[in-house]
Every structure is written in C-alpha cells, then in structure tokens.
Design a protein around this ligand. Sequence first.
Ligand SMILES: [Zn+2]
Length: 383
Amino acid sequence: MNNNKNETIVCKRCVMDTTAKNISFDATGICNYCTNYFKEQHKVLKNEELLKPIIAKIKEEGKNKKYDCVIGVSGGVDSTYVAYYVKQLGLNPLAIHLDNGWDSELAVANIEKTLKKLDIDLYTHVINWNEFKDLQLSFLKASIPGMEIPSDHAIFAILNKVALKYGVRYIINGSNFRMEYIMDPDWSEFIGQMDWLLIKNVHKQFGKVALKTFPRMTRKDVYYTRFVKKHTVINILDYIDFSKEKAMKIIQDKLGWVYYGGKHYESIYTRFTQAYIQPLKFSIDKRKAHYSNVICMGEMTREEALSALKKDAYPNEEMKMDDLEYFKKKMNFSDSEFEKIMNAPVKSYKDYKGYFNHPIYSKLQEKALKIHFKLKGKGFYGK
Ligand SMILES: [Zn+2]
C-alpha cells in the first residue's frame, strides 16, 4: 500500500516520475528533465548543410586508406540507420561489432543481412567469454543498476582500437540528442562506461578470473586516442531530422531489417536486465525516459506513454520466461543464487571507487563530462 510519502509522482508533461532520484518539479508539476530538453533542444544542429564539410574532410583524409571511418553496429535501429546513412553520403566505413555472447539470433541476422546489402565490411570482436562472464557476474554482485557498464566500455575500447589499427580517426555513432537526452544519471551507464578504474575495482572485489584480454581504455589510452591520434566522434543523427519511425521503415523496406520488440532489445542480456532485473530489483523502468523523449519530440502523447507503461516491459510472457531460464543457465546461477542477487541491498556506482571519485582523476573526469554534456546535441566532439 502506498501512503502519501511513498506515492510515485509523475510529471504532468512527460512520464518521468519520482522513481528517478534526480527529478524535481516546478509549481505546475512539470519536471526538470523535459524542461531541460526544451531548453537545450535548439542546440541540436538538425542541419545537413553543416555535415557537408565534415564529410568532405573524412573523404579527403581517407583517400588512400582502406576505410575512412568506423561505425559501431549492434543490429538495432539507430546503428543500422547510421550504416545506411553513411553509405548514402558516399563514405567508406568499417562496421565494428562486439560479440559479447548475448546477441539474439535476430540481431546477428540483422547485422549480416543489412551490411551485405550495403556492401560494408564487418569486423567482429568476439570477447573472451570466461573473463567477460566473470566481469558481468561481478557487476551483478556489486548490486548497481549499471549492469551494462562492462559491455559499453568494451565497445568504446574496441571502436578506438580498431580505428587505430586502420589509421582512421573518425568514429561515427548513432547516439542522438532527441531520443536520448532525457535519462536519470543514476539509471544510465554513461559515467561508468568511460571509467576503467571503476570496472577494475568492482572486479577486484567480486571477480575470480584474471582480466587479461578484456578490451579496456585506461586514462592513458583515452588521452592518446583523443589528443595524440585526434580521434573524433561524430553523432551523425544529430545533423538530420531523425525520426525512429521513419528510420525503421527505411531499414525494413530497403535492407530487410527485422524488428525485435524494444529499445536495445537486440541483446538478450540488455533486455533481461532492462525489462526484468532493473524494474524488479531497482524500481527502474528505462522506458519512462525513452517515452519521455518521444513525447518531447511530438511523436507520442503522454496518455499513449502512460498506457504503454502499464504493460510489462517484455513484449510477451513467453519471451520473459525463456530469457529468465537462458540467463540463469548462461550465468550458471542456481535458483537460490539468482534470488540472492535479486534480493541483495541496492547500491550505486558511487559506493565504489573509480576515476569519478579519485583524488586526481575526478577533476579531469568532471571536466570531460562537462564538455561531453555541453557538446551533447552538437553532433561533434574531438578535434
Ligand atoms: Zn517532465
């Protein structure tokens, strides 16, 4: 039973609510997330003209190289659309995929089919499963919502390392302001994603298998790629009038891409942690952030979002039960071990040590984050 104190309060304009710890409301019941969205959205470029000189530069620098840029592919809508769009622009990308052992068959089929149609080479990095499983297990035991931190970090590292290998400095990605701006910092993995020290420390505390091959970006690697090699990240979807619906239709019609039922649901681990562990253990439902972005874009009404949120985050019960069994089997959890993980007291990444709370690195990290958020929506960071 809810008493007044514990009742969840929902924003009157979007669907973010008091399960997001960093929420605040104005006198009319409108939250800080959607208010900031409208305040910041004018910064989004949405101007293909601005992209032209950048594309010309990428082509010029890539003239005598096998590739002129790298793109990350997951099999999802955004990254598939990026692959399609950069090809339209006449770029010659190398697609990079991290196989962390959790790809759904549909995701793999989507990647292979769409890249073949687009005539884009694919570089797949298959992660050492023993190490990675131990690391994922460590994060589950650490009891923090950011269960994707190891994967996100490995993707970030692999993109940079493969770019180095081929001597290209442009990393084009599908993250975009309008679909991703609204997100509670405690729900997101962004801070941990860049934080190798956090990963190392969580693993030190809970892991058993030495991490010999896990792709990592130490501070030194970050500075080397960013400042010596001048790696540049381009959020290309911020330059166009990107709409998920339209993008999905294009990749379905032109590339034979197949829908898999939810944002980031191309990975079984992601959908299980996002649609099962996060809601049940942490009271986090990331769909609230996702729908709030779509509401602000004007592509969904608040009522539609509220009624969609009443439904389970899993598209159907069968998939949920299948994933639960698959997850336990793959992680070698007995029922009681899994129960223990689900019932352990909730913690935050702030309870562990990383660059973000390191006496020296934290200042630099803070600065880097400030720059990141300042440039978020401007489509471009790096040199
Ligand atoms: Zn709001």
